[in-house]
Design a protein around this ligand. Structure first.
Ligand SMILES: Cc1cc2nc3c(=O)[nH]c(=O)nc-3n(C[C@H](O)[C@H](O)[C@H](O)COP(=O)(O)OP(=O)(O)OC[C@H]3O[C@@H](n4cnc5c(N)ncnc54)[C@H](O)[C@@H]3O)c2cc1C
Length: 404
């Protein structure tokens, strides 16, 4: 259905969105719903492929996009393994997160944008953009053919490498995590729980995961930062490490993916005629690497501010700055706190990880984690735990100074 070669129906658009990931597609959906001429440009020939995602989100995302039918599994908690194997079991008792079929999820959002009248160009790579006569002129290549299109607004939803951000000199993310993941079968896993492995020998500055998708099936992966060696190096170690290998003895991979996650949201996401959104703007939770929910929240604001700008025929950075203000108000503070939590986490030694897991393995604290814990707003549980257990303060002492 979504296979094809670039054929631009019109040359002039109200808005062009570069990148038909979930975030760009949602922006296209929101603007086209108001009957504006929208072009959505995607360099790949199929939406959602290749998949570079573990697909773990909270059901809250479905308040923004109608994609519930692409859920593969519900999870109600997590088991966190310390470097020495001390396990912290957090059981939310009910659906806390869901695992989605990411390619179908992406396709569903694009389908809705097309239904609203957005034009989709697959296999089309945006290679240049410049401001000309108060519009943006975009150059695209498809199958060796050069095409040009003009628009009043250009939206960069073009992921971590965002060319749109580079062309218009917008700031870039603070950190890029390097990730590797495989879809695997023959895994010994409880479908209700995600498994998380922490430690400087496991996944430096981040963590490794086993996320169940179906009976015996899971996504096994990790992200690292600044490690001596690639994420693939640490991925292979998961099958040798005593703690993780117990679940992976018989595991066989169906496919692999390498990817990257930007964290540390950028300080400016707009310019005259321009907005960047999603991974392009590092709108990602630094605690978990989850970019779908915060990206969708920001896509909603990006689409709405684009519509206001088209209605008032004002494409100035002054008006478009409302996009960033609105994102900041809804999710910016959380993203900022998540980055601080990440920085504390990234600086911990294995001995400190053991100490923290020992402290948290307490009935009352586990109750707080299950009740207050929220993957989209992790700082809430952080504060609740710090209030209850002062021994945790010593781990965040340095970071706390920057909070106030
Ligand atoms: C291993 C891994 C696991 C992850 N797991 C999770 C998870 O469990 N939960 C979660 O919430 N998030 C997860 N993420 C993050 C999540 O995948 C991203 O945050 C999300 O995909 C961002 O969506 P996006 O639309 O902004 O960017 P993308 O999905 O990257 O889409 C950008 C699109 O732009 C296109 N594009 C780029 N440049 C051009 C160009 N010049 N011309 C035309 N098209 C172009 C690309 O082809 C791509 O389709 C994970 C990421 C990785 C790497």
């Amino acid at each position: 259905m979504f296979m094809g070669v670039l054929k631009l129906i019109k040359g002039n658009y109200d808005a062009i969105i570069v990148g038909a990931g979930p975030i760009g597609s949602m922006v296209a959906d929101r603007i086209s719903k108001k009957n504006y001429d929208v072009l959505l440009v995607e360099e790949h020939y199929e939406i959602g492929k290749p998949v570079q995602c573990a697909g773990l989100i909270t059901p809250r995302a479905f308040d923004l996009v109608d994609c519930r039918k692409h859920i593969l599994n519900d999870v109600r908690g997590a088991q966190i393994f310390s470097p020495k194997g001390h396990t912290l079991s957090i059981d939310g008792g009910k659906e806390k997160a869901v695992v989605i079929d990411r390619a179908s999820f992406d396709k569903e959002i694009v389908k809705s944008a097309i239904k609203n009248g957005a034009e989709l160009s697959l296999g089309a790579r945006a290679v240049k953009a410049e401001r000309k006569n108060e519009k943006i002129k975009l150059t695209l290549y498809s199958n060796g053919r050069k095409m040009e299109a003009a628009s009043k607004i250009l939206i960069g939803a073009d992921g971590i490498q965002s060319n749109v951000a580079r062309w218009f000199a917008l700031p870039r993310p603070k950190k890029i995590l390097s990730c590797f993941q495989a879809e695997m079968v023959n895994i010994d896993i409880d479908l209700n729980f995600v498994k998380i492995f922490i430690g400087n020998e496991v996944a430096p500055q981040f963590f490794a995961w086993i996320i169940p998708t179906d009976a015996g099936k899971a996504r096994v992966g990790l992200c690292t930062y600044g490690a001596n060696g690639s994420s693939y190096f640490y991925f292979k170690r998961l099958f040798k490490n005593d703690i993780s290998k117990q679940f992976l003895k018989e595991a066989q991979s169906i496919n692999y993916t390498a990817g990257a996650i930007p964290i540390g949201r950028v300080s400016r996401t707009y310019d005259d005629n321009i907005m960047i959104v999603g991974d392009a703007a590092a709108q990602v939770k630094a605690t978990s690497g989850g970019g779908i929910y915060p990206g969708l929240v920001c896509a909603k604001h990006c689409g709405e501010v684009a519509v206001t700008s088209l209605e008032s025929n004002d494409f100035s950075k002054n008006l478009l700055s409302n996009y960033q203000k609105r994102c900041m108000k809804e999710i910016g503070k959380e993203l900022k706190n998540d980055m601080r939590i990440h920085e504390v986490f990234a600086g911990l030694s294995d001995r400190q990880f053991e100490e923290i897991i020992d402290i948290l393995d307490d009935e009352e604290l586990l109750k707080i984690i299950s009740e207050v814990g929220d993957m989209d707003y992790p700082s809430k549980v952080g504060w609740a735990l710090l209030r209850k257990e002062p021994r945790l303060l010593k781990f965040v002492g340095v970071a706390l100074k920057t909070f106030f």
